[in-house]
Design a protein around this ligand. Structure first.
Ligand code: FES
Length: 134
């Protein structure tokens, strides 16, 4: 096969690579000792758990966001991407994030069997915000 015969990577391949990269080398995966608040949640369908740590800055903006826990590639990649996406956002902006936003982060929709994996990080973060505000 010559170089001319090699198909360029499709968009789906690029997203697949991005998910693999984040799951293999998660960003911001560490326990935060001085977090403003933290939250933990379990995926009831598999038993995996996620912990999210949030440090707030001025105006209730997220200054730093980290996570810890075990889970599948989708849950770890989503958590990693979410820590980058949500840093700098206000708590209200984070509460407005939806399943659609997670699909956009991942670059693909996730089937019903993996939706809980994909949503675990955001649900954990939102639960923490709700408890912090009480
Ligand atoms: Fe447990 Fe995905 S299989 S979080």
């Amino acid at each position: 096969m010559t170089a001319q015969n090699i198909e360029p990577c499709g968009e789906a391949d690029v997203y697949r690579e991005e998910i693999l990269d984040h799951s293999r080398q998660p960003r911001n995966k560490q326990v935060m000792i001085d977090a403003t608040f933290k939250s933990q949640r379990r995926n009831m369908s598999c038993g995996d758990s996620m912990e999210i740590f949030v440090k707030l800055g001025e105006g209730e903006k997220v200054a730093q966001l980290t996570f810890d826990g075990v889970g599948c590639a989708i849950s770890q990649a989503t958590a990693s991407m979410l820590t980058e996406e949500a840093t700098g956002k206000t708590l209200d902006e984070i509460m407005a994030l939806s399943e659609r936003d997670i699909f956009e982060l991942l670059g693909t929709e996730v089937g019903p069997a993996r939706i809980r994996c994909a949503m675990l990080a955001l649900e954990t973060l939102k639960k923490g915000i709700e408890e912090y505000r009480k």
